[in-house]
Design a protein around this ligand. Structure first.
Ligand SMILES: Cc1cc2nc3c(=O)[nH]c(=O)nc-3n(C[C@H](O)[C@H](O)[C@H](O)COP(=O)(O)O)c2cc1C
Length: 307
């Protein structure tokens, strides 16, 4: 049986629904020696900012029971070096490329897009609104509907490429932020970014992470991510990309059935670098077993009726 795994995220059509999450797969180039990166639905590169960032002081990673904390602080080469040194190689990876971007001010987001947009070799923007807003005492941009809308509508004016805001779960109502993004011209949404977490070394009484709190990711966040996806699915009609604790095909299927048109694999890349490739073959097997010729037909088929 021939199975069509392709998915449409608004105007962005991908060969399959399994992507690798920003910050967990470098610029894609680092993994090309280990696996067939071209088999992925898309590579989402590390967040790019207007200027290079060395990132936060160490320690910036801590493994918890079941998941991990990180406070990398958006270490990246900056948009100019990305265009000059990374993009020429990234565009050879043989699959769709989504560039994840961020800034310390609303204008910095627009600046990254203005610099990147004239260049070929990538297909869409993922907008990381989970980073702290320097003008607003460190509150994440994505915690404010008007600020998120301002970022997205300003990007909409500067590009015809698909725009995918990446939502933070660290808000009271993720559905309201999703609605603000939809109204501002987003083409799809991805969720969730990491949850705020913390761990303490009881011998030294020091936090395990130099910045005290960090982003919590990995298998334990999956139930939270699924609930947020379910909430957003009810609020907007945009295509959704599910993220959070996905390490197996069954994990990915939970998100797809709940309403994700595609998924991103993050922390699992550190455990098993080719997790995403294994998930793709698991999805194909599921379709075969369940007589599905098109992966897309499974999206949002969650049965919440009587048991
Ligand atoms: C070490 C590390 C670095 C990350 N860096 C970024 C980043 O630069 N930009 C971003 O949007 N998300 C970043 N994330 C968040 C992931 O893309 C993803 O949203 C999150 O980890 C939840 O998925 P997971 O449980 O599958 O890891 C990072 C996550 C980790 C673990």
């Amino acid at each position: 049986m021939s199975i069509d795994l392709s998915v449409a995220l608004g105007p962005l059509v991908l060969k399959n629904p399994v992507l690798v999450a920003s910050g967990t797969f470098g610029y894609g180039l680092e993994y090309a020696e280990l696996m067939d990166v071209s088999a992925l639905g898309a590579v989402i590169v590390k967040t790019i900012t207007p200027r290079p960032r060395p990132g936060n002081p160490a320690p910036r990673i801590w493994e918890t029971s079941g998941g991990m904390l990180n406070s990398i602080g958006l270490a990246n080469v900056g948009v100019d070096a990305f265009i000059a040194e990374k993009l020429p190689q990234v565009r050879q990876l043989g699959t769709a490329i989504i560039v994840n971007i961020a800034g310390a001010t609303v204008e910095e987001y627009w600046e990254v897009v203005e610099k990147l947009d004239p260049h070929s070799g990538f297909d869409a923007y993922e907008i990381n609104v989970s980073c702290p807003n320097v003008k607003d005492e460190g509150m994440a941009f994505g915690a404010s509907c008007p600020v998120t809308a301002q970022i997205v509508s300003g990007i909409r004016k500067r590009t015809n490429r698909p725009i995918i805001p990446k939502l933070t779960p660290n808000v009271t109502s993720v559905a309201e932020v999703a609605r603000a993004c939809a109204d501002a011209g987003a083409d799809a949404l991805s969720l969730i970014n990491t949850l705020v977490g913390m761990a303490v070394d009881v011998r030294t009484r020091k936090p395990r992470i130099a910045t005290v709190t960090g982003g919590y990711s990995g298998p334990p966040i999956k139930p939270i991510a699924l609930a947020k996806l379910h909430e957003v699915r009810k609020a907007v009609s945009l295509p959704l990309i599910g993220i959070g604790g996905i390490s197996t095909a069954d994990d990915a299927l939970e998100f797809i059935i709940t309403g994700a048109s595609a998924v991103e694999v993050g922390t699992a890349n550190y455990v098993q670098p080719d997790s995403a490739i294994q998930i793709i073959s698991g999805l194909r097997k599921y379709c075969e077993t369940h007589g599905l010729s098109r992966m897309q037909d499974l999206v949002g088929t969650l049965d919440t009726g009587a048991r």
